[in-house]
Design a protein around this ligand. Sequence first.
Ligand code: HEC
Ligand code: HEC
Ligand code: HEC
Ligand code: HEC
Length: 152
Amino acid sequence: MFRGVFLFLCVVLLPSSGLCSQQEESHYIGSKACSQCHEQQYGNFSKYSKKAHAWDSIAIMKPKLKENELKQCYECHTTGYGKKGGFVSHETTPGLADVGCESCHGPGSAHAESGDPKLTTRRPSMQTCTACHNSQRVEDFHFKPLLFSGAH
Ligand code: HEC
Ligand code: HEC
Ligand code: HEC
Ligand code: HEC
């Protein structure tokens, strides 16, 4: 009910007010879905960004990790883990098993349906990056992969 009123306000009365983020209504759809309209960005991303292969980095470690340790990797090596419509497992959500476009631009279902640029985040904030590029945590977690790096 509240949601209905909120949507009415946002869609009909205040569409450009900036108070209503319809992107919040979006769920994750995976980078491949962006490629139909953003071929160039998708091509460059798939080819040059390590993010597009972030799953491989944890897959290599997988045999040596306990289930709960592996889950900690998901937060930074997949898209939208723990969030609505985000990564759950490689089996059920293979399209989200890397760090995709939506890790920076936010969940994209509403934008991808309409092509409306207002429904995506053009400029990710620094906090978006530091959620994963957090020096202390990264070092901590790297410690583990390094422990196993072919030494025994
Ligand atoms: C049906 C086509 C379509 C799909 C699918 C699509 N987009 Fe877009 N996107 C557009 C259009 C149209 C624009 C506005 C024109 C432009 O900048 O190219 C746009 C613009 C953008 C912008 C710039 C926004 C701005 O304010 O300038 C970003 C970022 C973006 N899209 C990200 C994505 C992401 C991420 C996905 C996949 C989750 C995606 N798009 C899927 C059509 C689409
Ligand atoms: C969801 C987590 C996540 C977010 C958000 C994120 N990154 Fe990353 N990023 C990663 C991971 C994981 C890697 C390493 C992938 C691998 O090698 O497995 C990476 C790699 C990189 C690299 C290495 C070079 C390359 O080719 O990929 C740069 C630079 C980078 N990220 C910058 C950024 C910036 C800038 C932002 C914010 C706009 C950002 N990242 C947001 C997880 C994230
Ligand atoms: C807090 C976020 C975060 C977590 C949690 C995390 N990583 Fe990473 N990981 C990153 C980022 C960011 C990078 C790339 C930048 C860097 O090297 O600092 C990276 C890079 C890597 C790389 C190196 C890839 C390369 O090409 O050099 C490996 C391997 C890796 N992570 C494995 C793991 C494993 C396994 C786990 C779970 C035990 C894990 N990571 C958990 C953020 C994280
Ligand atoms: C590491 C974060 C990050 C990832 C991942 C990422 N982008 Fe972007 N994207 C940005 C930034 C930063 C800009 C530039 C914003 C600005 O205008 O200052 C941008 C700009 C864009 C634009 C606006 C036009 C342009 O090229 O400047 C589109 C469209 C777009 N991205 C689509 C995508 C798509 C599709 C993917 C996945 C294939 C993707 N992005 C992955 C950070 C990212």
